[in-house]
Design a protein around this ligand. Structure first.
Ligand SMILES: Cc1cc2nc3c(=O)[nH]c(=O)nc-3n(C[C@H](O)[C@H](O)[C@H](O)COP(=O)(O)OP(=O)(O)OC[C@H]3O[C@@H](n4cnc5c(N)ncnc54)[C@H](O)[C@@H]3O)c2cc1C
Length: 469
């Protein structure tokens, strides 16, 4: 736990923000102190709710002077515990949700950090453009959180992660100074790229207060299909064909295992099996194009050729928008469906795309050898080599006993990931959950360089002190 915050610092913070700018009401604080899956809960002596960048700067200034630790929080949808305070001041961006500017010539949307992703989508649509980052928590997660975790989602294959989608940032640095880097340039070669340091920093290098986001044209031709494949290797081969056939127009290419599909159908109200067959693996493919009918035609060509080649055994193309949404719901509800099955060891890993099949085979065999009967629920973004590799207890298994083995299982899975040149956190970050573990996999040279950067910007280590190195 972080050292207790002195009473005079609390008084100064309250005075800086005034009425409505802070809270100590337990009911108001409660939802911000628990992670959505109940995996982490925390405490804070004070919730601060700044309404402007100047107010964020004033808060951080008081904390910098007094050496008081801060945990920034956006929508509290993070999956590694980094947004949950343990005695720090909790700084929520919920009152900073303005759309500052949309500019179609620059293809840019400038918004404050507390705006939700769904609201950013609406702001882009209002000027006939699209912000393509898409993930299942979009109604709650915020731009500040997405920037700070370098979020990915289901369209990384075509548009990249937040690192590729942010043109500029405004942030309050750990000194309390405001850095105005809200540029909208596609080219700017003038030294270190500070915004890229803040992206993925998980709140350790400052508070992101606003972002300039890249916009893209709306693509009216869209085709969504679910296909069955016999193996992950066939899924990877199908992805390569999909890229070729569509001329690079694949937006999403998602893998779902048979167990994940069964759980979605069992636990998600209204979910229906998309195919009559029950293959070991499903892929959800979305192709999009600006040319009317082009995506639909490419999808048909792809599936026809793949069936002829024996890569795909069965497939269904969504015929309506409602059906496309129903297909997507099967993928987006994978985590929610799994919740009803009890304890799970969760791993958010990445390996080179060419090694996905090897990873699944090796990790599956190792887990079954060590804990016979565990159920593997693997799903995720094949095009990014990112698999959400979740392991459920054997049917009727004891949840506390399963939970107690979580760290040992993570070591087993992550050792295999690292031996394949992968990453133990593909898109969720390290947070408090994986920081210590990541340290054991990083080289001393990299850890020292990261620590030097952090110490230079935050010598008192006030920003999210329990997160990262
Ligand atoms: C159902 C579900 C599906 C998800 N799917 C995906 C997915 O496909 N891809 C993916 O990448 N993630 C996914 N996530 C994880 C999560 O939504 C993302 O990590 C998201 O970026 C978190 O945003 P948030 O606003 O909720 O941030 P929070 O959870 O509040 O915070 C996350 C981290 O960012 C820091 N932070 C937040 N705001 C700021 C700020 N303004 N300045 C500095 N630091 C800040 C926090 O301190 C914390 O370390 C999913 C989560 C859920 C619940």
């Amino acid at each position: 736990m972080t050292i207790p915050v002195p009473a005079d610092v609390i008084s100064r913070l309250k005075a800086v923000l005034g009425e409505g700018g802070w809270s100590q009401d337990p009911d108001r604080l409660a939802p911000k102190l628990v992670e959505w899956r109940d995996r982490w809960s925390g405490t804070t002596p004070l919730l601060v709710l700044p309404r402007s960048t100047a107010e964020v700067a004033a808060v951080v200034g008081v904390c910098a002077e007094s050496g008081t630790a801060i945990t920034p929080q956006g929508g509290n949808t993070g999956l590694v515990g980094g947004q949950i305070p343990d005695g720090e001041i909790l700084l929520s961006l919920e009152k900073m949700r303005a759309v500052r500017e949309t500019n179609v010539d620059d293809d840019v949307l400038i918004v404050e950090a507390g705006l939700t992703l769904a609201e950013a989508h609406e702001a882009a649509a209002a000027v006939g453009r699209r912000f393509p980052l898409s993930l299942a928590s979009e109604g709650s997660c915020t731009i500040g959180g997405l920037v700070s975790t370098n979020a990915g989602g289901v369209a990384v294959l075509r548009y990249g992660t937040m690192r590729q989608l942010v043109l500029g940032l405004e942030a309050v640095l750990p000194s309390g100074e405001v850095w105005d880097g809200l540029k909208r340039l596609r080219k700017d070669n003038t030294g270190y790229d500070l915004k890229q340091l803040l992206i993925g920093a998980e709140g350790t290098l400052g508070v992101v207060t606003a972002a300039a986001l890249k916009l893209f044209p709306v693509l009216p031709s869209r085709a969504v299909a679910i296909a069955s494949v016999e193996s992950p290797a066939d899924a990877v081969a199908l992805l390569a064909r999909a890229k070729e056939v569509s001329g690079g127009a694949v937006e999403s290419f998602e893998l779902i295992g048979a167990l994940g599909m069964d759980l979605a159908i069992r636990h998600i109200p209204g979910a229906r099996t998309p195919l009559e067959s029950r293959p070991p693996w499903f892929v959800l493919i979305e192709i999009a194009s600006g040319e009317p009918g082009a995506a639909e035609a490419a999808m048909e060509r792809l599936l026809e050729a793949a069936m002829e080649a024996g890569l795909v055994t069965d497939a269904a193309i969504a015929q309506t928008e409602t059906q496309a949404k129903a297909f997507w719901a099967l993928r987006e509800n994978q985590s929610a469906a799994q919740k009803s099955e009890g304890a799970a060891w969760k791993h958010d890993i990445a390996v080179p795309v060419s090694r996905i099949a090897q990873f699944l085979e090796t990790a599956g065999a190792a887990l079954q050898a060590r804990w016979p009967g565990v159920r593997i629920d693997a799903f995720g973004h094949v095009g990014d080599g990112n698999i959400h590799y979740d392991v459920l207890a054997a049917p009727g298994g004891d949840a506390p006993a399963h939970n107690a083995r979580r760290d040992e299982a993570a070591r087993l899975v992550h050792d295999i990931v690292m031996s394949l040149g992968g990453s133990i956190s593909a898109e969720h970050g390290l947070g408090t959950m994986k920081t210590a573990e990541a340290l054991s996999y990083k080289s001393p040279v990299e850890v020292a360089a990261q620590r030097a950067v952090r110490a230079a910007l935050d010598p008192k280590r006030i920003m999210n002190p329990r997160v990262l190195f």
